[in-house]
Design a binder for this molecule. Structure first.
Ligand SMILES: [Zn+2]
Ligand SMILES: [Zn+2]
Length: 247
């Protein structure tokens, strides 16, 4: 089972430990054809990448000379029930890839949006209602922005995965098989009942984890997920945003 690209990795510009150059070399060693550096969006309370660092990161990704194609993206934060995210369209257009995920600690959206979801980690009371509102929020974001990947879907964020997957299928957004925060078996099977596609990612925070797809691989085998349903398995993904162009 061969994955050709890893499109969700972090660098010291947000929460990663290894310099971008090291992550790229690890991707090269593991035989990947492509890697994307996707640090945490501007509103993350603890590990946000800074707007002024984006050009510095771009320069670092273009310094590498070798066979791996290197892309610069971001893992933006879902910020509200209206589907707001913490990056503007003009900024998205200057990046190669847009990941969006729900993270608990975001400045500007914590009290109204994150806190109710934080409670759902500890209690099931009101979880169904939250799932309805969360689903609406995510679907609105998918409609409003050219999102390429939803990171760790449903992690700490109850949703109706079938409705999210239908929106993803319609717009061409991939649902992530995340190394650390995997979908439940039940949710994977629900996604398979739609037309949505998965993409496997390491979400590496250090170079040694770049291209580590062991968790996705065992899940794909165990649940017998057809290879054609995983966008970076034995092939290169075509991203919705179309900002990655291959010669
Ligand atoms: Zn994340
Ligand atoms: Zn991440």
């Amino acid at each position: 089972m061969r994955f050709l690209g890893d499109y969700h990795t972090h660098s010291p510009f947000s929460h990663g430990k290894s310099p971008i150059s090291e992550s790229i070399l690890c991707a090269e060693k593991r035989g990947l054809k492509e890697i994307a550096v996707t640090d945490h969006g501007f509103s993350h309370s603890l590990y946000a990448v800074k707007r002024e660092d984006i050009p510095v990161m771009r320069a670092q990704t273009t310094q590498y000379v070798g066979d791996v194609k290197v892309f610069l993206g971001i893992e933006a934060n879902l910020m509200s029930y209206d589907g707001d995210i913490d990056i503007r369209l003009d900024e998205i257009n200057n990046l190669d890839l847009l990941i969006v995920g729900y993270h608990r600690f975001v400045s500007g959206g914590f009290l109204r949006f994150s806190l109710p979801n934080l409670l759902s980690v500890y209690t099931h009371i009101g979880k169904k209602k939250r799932a309805v509102r969360n689903t609406e929020a995510l679907v609105k974001a998918i409609e409003r922005y050219p999102i390429d990947i939803i990171s760790h879907p449903a992690a700490d964020f109850p949703v109706d995965i079938t409705e999210v997957a239908k929106a993803c299928a319609h717009f061409g957004t991939y649902l992530e098989l995340n190394r650390k925060r995997m979908l439940s078996d039940d949710d994977v099977m629900k996604v398979l009942d739609t037309e949505a596609m998965f993409i496997a990612s390491s979400d590496a925070h250090s170079a040694d984890k770049v291209g580590d797809f062991a968790v996705a691989e065992s899940l794909i085998r165990r649940l017998d997920i057809p290879y054609e349903r995983v966008a970076n398995l034995e092939k290169l993904p075509v991203f919705r945003g179309g900002r990655i162009r291959r010669a």
